[in-house]
Design a protein around this ligand. Sequence first.
Ligand SMILES: [Zn+2]
Length: 212
Amino acid sequence: MVLGRVLRPLFDQRCVGCGVENSGAAGGVCAACLRNLRPPLPIPPIAGLASCQAIFDYEGVGRAMVRALKFDNRRAAVAEMGRALAASLPPDTALVTWAPTTAARRRHRGYDQAHMLAVAVGRSARLPVIPTLARAAGAAQTGRSRAERRQGPRFIVRERAIGGLPELGSAPIVIVDDVITTGSTLRNAGRVLSTALAAPLHGRAIAYRAAR
Ligand SMILES: [Zn+2]
């Protein structure tokens, strides 16, 4: 039933990690899954970023949580992850932005998970969330050759959003993404942003998918 499909994500009580209902997760993450989340392996420095951190390792429960965000809009879990990311922000952060997904993917899913996370971070940390970046025209990551994918997605600065910002001085700007894999997304986002903003840039993601 169409209505059921529309409403289900809003009232989904299953844990995003294990899928167990009545786990006490209320659509977020249950205590058992939180215990099973592993801290991320050390993330190699990403060129142009003053720091780069993730909340948990992508393997195991972490993978289930990321997939739930990517393929199933789970708002309770997003709020929880936003709080966790907010606790990891550098001191005196001025604003939060995000590395946007392609327009095609956003239309297909109905949302951009990096944007959702950025909004959750901003809400938790009481910081402005500014759309500083847009995707440059081009195919989605999955439709490209391996060489192109290694280079990562291309971004452009949204001049109007940047032009409306007050003087930021040296207050940090945080770029949010869902998963760090090679680091190319945050690196490219940072490189483009640094042409328009002098503030130090920091990357934050919920999971780090280390090469194993
Ligand atoms: Zn669970």
